[in-house]
Design a protein around this ligand. Sequence first.
Ligand code: OSB
Ligand code: MG
Length: 376
Amino acid sequence: MNQPIRITRIVMREIQLQLREPFQISSGSVSHRRILLLELTEAGGATVWSECVAGELPHYSPETVDTAWLALKEWIAPRILGHPLHAPAAVLPLLEQDFRGHRMAKAAVEMGAWGLAATRAGTSLARVLGGTRDRIPIGISLGIQASPATLVTKAKAALAQGYHKIKLKIKPGADVEFVGAVRDALGPDAPLMADANNAYTLDQADLLARLDAFGLLMIEQPLAWDDLVRHAELQKKLKTPICLDESITSVERARDMITLRSGRIVNIKPGRVGGLAESRAIHDVCAAHRIPVWCGGMLESGVGRAYNVALATLPNFTIPGDLSPSARYWDRDIVLPEWTMDHGGMMRVPMERPGIGVEVDVGRVETLTVRKQVLE
Ligand code: OSB
Ligand code: MG
């Protein structure tokens, strides 16, 4: 890229989008997503949409829609607006200088810069990132259900739809019995995993070790969100590989995980780690240590999904991601075309479409908007 990118305008919007069914994880439940969207314009006139993955409450990370809104308006936009960016990879270092945390808010702008670079180059975001595949295998994340029987019904349906990985959310009281019921119903070859979202402590290692009997692909983030030391202790006691999600907030934390042996797999969410450059750095470090990675999700709209899908085309994304089709989440998405999955559980990547590969249904976004602010 020769000409630097100069972002001259950022439109922040919050929309409300109702999930088709409430999604419950150990740390909280959500039925309406409050979603922060950005529309970025650069000096040459190109525009792109991006999404901040923060949720309504600080139960997954310390950030929320409201803290991200504040951070974007007060600290991020003033640093970015009008500043020549020689590459999208320059965005996070600029935002990290004497500015702690708020990686979800930072990532929204960083990812938008990648989207602008791709749009301007007339190339797909996946290609700009170095993606190598035009079809990716898809997984599903199933929320905590009222009973093992309900979970079995959902998991059976997911398997029949072709999903390549079925993730079961667990918490104390909804773990061994629930996962066991699904394993029995789906058979020994079904690709199952569990995600605890920090619901356990090291004292419960024996309970967690009972999950070893079910041949899970991995157990995701069983212990505290910011803890690498106890995950290393726990990994010694489990046959099942630990995958870290919440704990990996940067490439440095991924290196720490590898050094400490706190886990054997990483769930990369670009929104959690400060964007796509950091995601790629984590991907590369993990590849060098033969640690497989996969792309997680945060119940994104079709805008955020575009960035996740592009990232998941990189070669070390060898495990299917939590990148379900639009219809799994919403009656109607805010992008055209919507994200879809074929009967073989694969999603097509818009490799030949410039930019993020989908159009935003701006009229629909207007209708869903609950607040809007223009920064110039
Ligand atoms: O832990 O991966 C998680 C959703 C919200 C917060 C945390 C998580 C999740 C998911 C959803 O598992 C995955 C998806 O977007 O389909
Ligand atoms: Mg998770």
